[in-house]
Design a protein around this ligand. Structure first.
Ligand code: NAD
Length: 278
């Protein structure tokens, strides 16, 4: 039976270290958070970000912009924050109105103030092992893997999902540890090859957003399983992996909720503290 790989205890340790780092700075780091419209989808994220920031001594500045704002106006607002020297980190809350393309917006935040670690320059630096700010979810996954004590060198690691914010940067971080990385995605499934790859995984990381996509019986004995997926089924939240069955085979498995999630917000704060140090 797998050991439960919970995010909260790891998050707690990291928070204490960050709190100390903030106390050692002679300024209060400031995170500017931009929300467009009422954005019900962002409410719980904003709440947990504010709570995490304030507990660490980081100032959380919320900017609620009108629903009808144009992309040009939003870009010029971001540029104002870029040139405001009292602001260290900037985050744009998702989802945005469909007329505004998030991917093209991220490049307008100064790389030095990119709290989410998704600016093309910061993503590019990962390729050279040089990035100080990392995208939050991949960074959270790496912290969870560290906790298991697994040596990734030469391990068969399968990442399911190849998004710009999770799967792709995560693959680069894993390669940096000399893991043998396979990235699966919708094309893999459509070619009927997902099961075959998952069965090989000594470490499996799934970030798709489809409940039950990964069958428990596909999990290799003693594999480490990290489930990034978040799916709302009625009033329950579940991941992408069939938990009960997978837990019988894995050595470690993250719960959903309670695995990756609690660490993601801490990684955001770590990026803000790093930015403030600069
Ligand atoms: P995305 O929609 O940008 O990407 C989904 C990926 O899944 C793509 O690579 C796509 O090719 C792949 N995919 C889709 N259907 C597939 C299938 N049938 N078989 C194999 N691959 C398939 O999603 P994202 O933003 O990367 O998020 C993925 C999931 O992770 C979502 O559930 C999201 O809510 C969750 N998430 C959780 C956290 C957290 O903190 N826990 C953070 C970010 C994302």
């Amino acid at each position: 039976m797998a050991k439960l790989l919970e995010g909260k205890p790891i998050a707690q340790g990291l928070k204490e270290s960050l709190k100390y780092q903030v106390q050692c700075l002679n300024i209060k780091p400031v995170l500017a958070s931009i929300q467009v419209g009422e954005n019900a989808g962002a409410v719980s994220y904003v709440k947990s970000q504010r709570q995490a920031a304030e507990n660490l001594g980081i100032v959380y500045q919320m900017y609620k912009l009108a629903d009808e704002i144009t992309k040009e106006e939003l870009v010029s607002f971001i540029q104002e924050l870029n040139s405001d020297t009292s602001v260290h980190g900037i985050i744009i809350q998702m989802p945005l109105p469909s007329r505004i393309d998030y991917k093209s917006l991220s490049q307008f935040i100064l790389p030095e103030k990119d709290a989410e670690g998704i600016h093309p320059v910061n993503i590019g630096k990962i390729l050279f092992g040089q990035s100080k700010v990392l995208p939050c979810t991949p960074a959270a996954v790496m912290e969870l893997l560290k906790e298991t004590g697994i040596d990734l060198y030469g391990k068969e690691v399968v990442v399911v999902g190849h998004s710009e914010i999770v799967g792709k940067p995560l693959a680069l971080l894993l390669l940096d540890k000399f893991a043998t990385v396979t990235i699966c995605h919708i094309g893999t499934s459509q070619a009927g090859k997902l099961e075959e790859h998952v069965r090989q995984a000594e470490v499996l990381i799934v970030a798709v957003g489809k409940a039950g996509l990964i069958k428990g019986e596909w999990i290799k004995d003693s594999a480490v399983v990290i489930d990034v997926g978040i799916n709302r089924i009625g009033d329950k939240i579940v991941g992408d992996v069939e938990f009960e069955e997978a837990a019988k085979r894995a050595s470690w498995i993250t719960p959903v909720p309670g695995g990756v999630g609690p660490l993601t917000v801490v990684m955001l704060m770590r990026n803000v503290v790093e930015a403030a140090k600069l």
